[in-house]
Design a protein around this ligand. Structure first.
Ligand code: C5P
Length: 232
């Protein structure tokens, strides 16, 4: 599995994202485009960033009836993204439909991963709002197994869960982990964080890093530091 650092390009406009990406002259980082940028600029932003030679994780977290998700995924597959995602809570049938929609005629497809429980959902909210009376850990591992059963490549999870996910679902099941901070950096609103070096040690396959790179004084240096700690 190709370990890599994915930069979360949480920008509101095309100008902002290109202003940021223009700083990278010697490397073409893997970038994550979320719903803010995608909804602001539309699918052209994906084509343009792709044309510049970047790999793209399109983070739209689809969750709808299987047929709708399948058709939406077929469109995203034609956009030639490298990785995209759905909510595992949409059920195994929905994840299977997503995978089917994403698979191109020649059998290739972007990596499809699932969101289990959002890290913003506490065990209390899960119990009282969602009526799920199980420990968070058990729910996350169950959703991860569902994603595996549906044929997905992996899940998004906290770096603190990555090791257990690999133990439960196998070492080739991909873990994509946000919540990464430098040891000497600002945590911002993230609570459960790990450094790139720690994420490497516990076996994360991809780390998603936003503000420690995008808000750094020297984003290229911060990116290189991440790569050195995580991959190097
Ligand atoms: O700036 P920061 O490094 O916190 O960015 C992390 C990125 O990962 C953001 O795009 C955020 O939406 C995303 N993410 C997360 N936690 C999750 C799922 C996604 O931080 N559980």
């Amino acid at each position: 599995m190709g370990k890599d650092v994915i930069i979360a390009c949480d920008f509101a406009s095309k100008e902002q994202v290109f202003n940021f990406l223009d700083k990278f002259q010697d490397e073409k980082p893997f970038v994550k485009i979320g719903m803010e940028l995608f909804n602001a600029e539309g699918p052209d932003i994906v084509r343009e960033i792709k044309r510049r030679g970047h790999k793209i994780f399109l983070d739209l977290k689809l969750h709808d009836i299987p047929n709708t998700v399948k058709k939406a995924m077929a469109v995203l597959s034609r956009l030639d993204v490298d990785m995209t995602n759905v909510h595992a809570s949409g059920t195994i049938a929905m994840m299977e439909a997503a995978l089917e929609g994403l698979t191109r005629e020649d059998g290739t497809r972007p990596l499809l991963i699932a969101v289990t429980q959002l890290t913003s959902t506490s065990e209390e909210r899960m119990r009282d709002d969602l009526l799920i009376n199980e420990p968070m850990d058990k729910v996350v591992m169950h959703y991860a197994m569902n994603a595996k059963k549906a044929g997905l490549a992996g899940i998004v999870c906290s770096p603190l869960e990555a090791e257990k996910v690999h133990n439960t679902c196998g070492s080739d099941f991909i873990t994509v982990t946000p919540g990464v901070r430098f040891a000497d950096g600002d945590k911002g609103d993230q609570v459960r964080v790990m450094t790139p070096a720690e994420a490497k040690k516990i076996g994360s396959d991809y780390i998603v890093v936003g503000r420690p790179i995008t808000a750094a004084e020297d984003p290229v240096a911060a990116y290189r530091r991440c790569v050195n700690e995580f991959v190097g």
